[in-house]
Design a protein around this ligand. Structure first.
Ligand code: SAH
Ligand code: AVI
Length: 322
């Protein structure tokens, strides 16, 4: 066999566990320890996130939902031509219903998420409420190179709610929006929920609630590493931390090591922590309306319309491609 033929052999993807282990070891062996926030969302993490959305301190979800309801007719007017909706990080898919009921021309719904369980339940709900809509779920990392299922009609509307775009660095958000523009193609639009910069105490309370749910959500990533990668993190030796970094306009979540300690992962790997050292688990960037418009434009979208709630907590941006 010629070597050129060998080169063309398919490259088998690492199993999910190997990828998870690889990402965890890379993140924890870095100079500043990090973990990718997508690993929060196993079944327990998704359930904890659902609890977060109902917390009095976490204003994001309820503000976005009521803003979506208030502007649904206008969305219908702007996006009436949409035939397919591609939703990034759909989660429980609760907000999709507002969009689907306002856009009767949609015949295909493509929710994308890392959580297979949530996608399956979203598909069931949408299929039973809208029997004329074909639902094609994509279990995938939305930062990967994606392909839409064959037969996805033109006039696609991308939907990225929840301010999940804030979990990217601004440079990553630009790359994501560029890829989404290519994925959706000509005549497409994109509707994005973006949380706004506001008083520091309100932001910090939203990520460090009095019931401690966000702390459990943050620590759940260690539980997951223990269970899925055979690690021995002692949760009592880590504390939840959330603070607003004004310069970068973002809430950072960390897990702080409360002591000098060594953790073993998958039997053979050891990671040392100094007391006070942290694992940086998430960023939630907070934008100004104009700052986000500019970011979207730099990714090649036309930023045509946006809406903000009366308390100026949250914004929804409509972007259009040429
Ligand atoms: N859109 C919902 C859920 C937001 S939570 C809402 O607004 O309430 C973030 C969602 O994005 C979760 O469902 C999580 O599983 C998913 N997610 C996070 N990172 C992801 C990634 N890299 N690729 C795909 N889905 C991701
Ligand atoms: C999904 N994402 C937009 C949430 C946020 O607000 O950054 C995740 C979250 N982290 C802590 N609380 C909620």
């Amino acid at each position: 066999m010629k070597s050129s033929t060998l080169m063309q052999q398919p490259v088998y993807l690492q199993s999910e566990r190997e990828q998870f282990l690889d990402d965890v070891l890379t993140g924890l062996n870095a100079e500043r320890k990090t973990l990718n926030p997508k690993y929060f969302y196993d079944a327990t993490g998704s359930e904890l996130f659902a609890q977060i959305t109902a917390l009095p301190e976490y204003y994001i979800t309820r503000t976005e939902t009521s803003l979506m309801r208030a502007i649904a007719r206008q969305i219908g007017e702007h996006c009436g031509a949409a035939r397919a909706i591609v939703e990034f990080g759909s989660g429980s898919g609760e907000r999709s219903d507002i969009l689907l009921s306002t856009l009767p021309g949609v015949v295909r719904y493509i929710p994308i998420d890392v959580s297979e369980e949530l996608l399956a339940s979203t598909a069931r709900v949408v299929e039973s409420s809208y029997p004329h809509i074909t639902v094609s779920t994509l279990v995938a990392d939305f930062t990967a190179q994606l392909q839409l299922p064959s037969g996805t009609p033109d006039h696609r509307l991308g939907y990225f709610p929840g301010s999940t775009i804030g979990n990217f660095l601004p440079t990553e958000a630009v790359s994501f929006l560029q890829s989404a523009r290519k994925l959706l193609g000509a005549n497409s639009k994109m509707l994005i929920g973006v949380d706004l910069a506001k008083a520091v105490d309100k932001l910090e309370r939203a990520y460090d609630d009095s019931a401690g749910v966000t702390g459990r959500f943050n620590k759940n990533v260690l539980v997951r590493i223990n269970e899925e990668l055979g690690a021995d993190f002692d949760l009592r030796n880590f504390a939840h931390q959330a603070f607003f970094d004004r310069r970068r306009s973002r809430v950072e979540m960390h897990l702080v090591s409360l002591t000098d300690q060594r953790v073993s992962i998958d039997g053979t790997h050891k990671v040392a922590f100094r007391a006070g050292e942290t694992i940086h688990t998430e960023n939630s960037h907070k934008y100004t309306v104009d700052g986000f418009r500019q970011l979207a434009r730099s990714a090649g979208w036309r930023s045509t319309t946006d809406w903000v709630d009366d308390d100026r907590l949250f914004s929804i941006h409509l972007l259009e491609s040429d």
